[in-house]
Ligand binder design. Structure first.
Ligand SMILES: Nc1ncnc2c1ncn2[C@@H]1O[C@H](COP(=O)(O)OP(=O)(O)OP(=O)(O)O)[C@@H](O)[C@H]1O
Length: 235
């Protein structure tokens, strides 16, 4: 479904993404982890059409290099950000509606916005101003706006950041429902290994833009190269 071939991104002298190749299959939950500065968010920025890059990225067989973020969203790729990107003075309903305006192929659909509000459990807060809500609600709004684009693939950038244990369980449950009930393929960048091993079917570890290891999450997290570069030896 989503295939990256020798994708490289340089910022001047710095190679942020270094010849990465991997495939995400339809319906999969695919994890990405690595130390700070490894190039994870840059990878999302490339797939979202924010920067030009070397190599190839194809989605359902179509090359996406050169397409605008808007065109890529319309193809069915959506994303969230580490820090919730929200419009503080918009209502919850309008914020999710913006996602539907931006990405849906069928034009604006109020019914779909209503469905998303229910799905992310924000129907009771639909008229609240986004800026007045707590971090978990803001995350749910950002995920809801991404879902309102009707994505085939949803890329989540550190969805658990800043959340407590109870919120992490709620977010994990939501991600599983998005994958299972809506059939959306998920790519998730996360630092919490427990979240990655519980949620994902395949895990890619990168360091300084380069692949260290990719495969079964339990095997990957036990790989000595991953322990050395990312997890540490516990001492
Ligand atoms: N627009 C940019 N211009 C120049 N350098 C950039 C730009 N964006 C990212 N970088 C650099 O590219 C490297 C990878 O950054 P990136 O944000 O992708 O890492 P990351 O793995 O997402 O890190 P973190 O876990 O801290 O979010 C870093 O060295 C960063 O400083």
């Amino acid at each position: 479904m989503l295939k990256l071939t020798n994708v490289t991104k340089k910022f001047g002298e710095l190679t942020a993404v270094n010849s990465l190749s991997f495939t995400v299959s339809k319906g999969q939950v695919f994890g990405i982890a690595g130390p700070n500065g490894a190039g994870k968010s840059t990878l999302y920025n490339l797939i979202s059409g924010l920067y030009p890059f070397e190599g190839a990225i194809s989605f359902n067989g179509k090359e996406i290099a050169g397409l605008s973020p808007h065109q890529i969203a319309k193809l069915g790729i959506s994303r969230t950000f580490q820090i919730p990107q929200i419009f503080p003075s918009l209502s919850v309903e309008k914020s999710i509606g913006v996602g539907n305006h931006f990405g849906s192929r069928e034009g604006f659909e109020q019914d779909y916005v209503d469905k998303v509000l229910e799905f992310v459990n924000l129907h009771d807060k639909r008229h609240a101003m986004v800026g007045q809500l707590n971090l978990l609600d803001k995350k749910m709004i950002m995920i809801g706006a991404a879902l309102a684009t009707k994505p085939e693939v949803l890329m989540l950038d550190e969805p658990m950041a800043g959340s407590n244990a109870k919120e992490i369980i709620q977010l994990m449950e939501l991600i599983q429902r998005i994958n299972r009930d809506l059939g959306v393929t998920i790519i998730i960048i996360e630092h919490f290994m427990k979240v990655l091993t519980e949620l994902t079917e395949k895990l890619l570890i990168i360091e300084t833009g380069t692949e260290i290891c990719c495969g079964d999450p339990v095997e990957v997290t036990g790989d000595p190269r991953v322990i050395e570069c990312y997890l540490g030896d516990g001492t």
